[in-house]
Design a binder for this molecule. Sequence first.
Ligand code: ZN
Length: 196
Amino acid sequence: MVKPEELMGKVSVVNGKYKLKGTFHISEPNQPIFNAETGKLAGITNPRDMTYIHSYGGEALFFESIAKGILMGTRCDNEKCEFKGSIYQPFRIYCPDCLRKMTPVDMKGMKAKVYSFIITARSGAFNSLKLPIKFINIEFDGVSTILMGYLSVGEPEIGMEVVPIFNTKKPTYTIVDLSWVPAGTPESELPENFTF
Ligand SMILES: [Zn+2]
């Protein structure tokens, strides 16, 4: 069930502060749970409808970029760092070795392949992806970390070369706006709203 537009909690930033508009908590009466055979009380339901405000902070650039079709990682450029030049994907704000702020880098053209994968036929609550979900771990040439993602076309295989696709037409500004397809997939096979 989707809330009507007028009830949706919306947030903007004005003068450096969050400005809230709409309804963020909706009350609904609770219901008793009875044993259908004995008629005895077993418990109650606790309906909760709340809008959670998730601040992206220093990672906002990553989510803003995927909505524009750009995959950003970060690189340590600190001259004094033993591991200067290390690139991280997923996007990290601070270097784990020297704790200095890293430089955002566009990962365009970096070769990516499937390191491992898992196919999930059942999901938890609030899943918005189509089942079964083909989760893939992505290894990039020259990157220190492995990125978790999901394959939108075909079947995953270890070592398979993949390329990123982006929900640029109707972005949600969440991680599901970034997906992957086997290298060489034609644009006509991409899911709705996604582009290379
Ligand atoms: Zn460093």
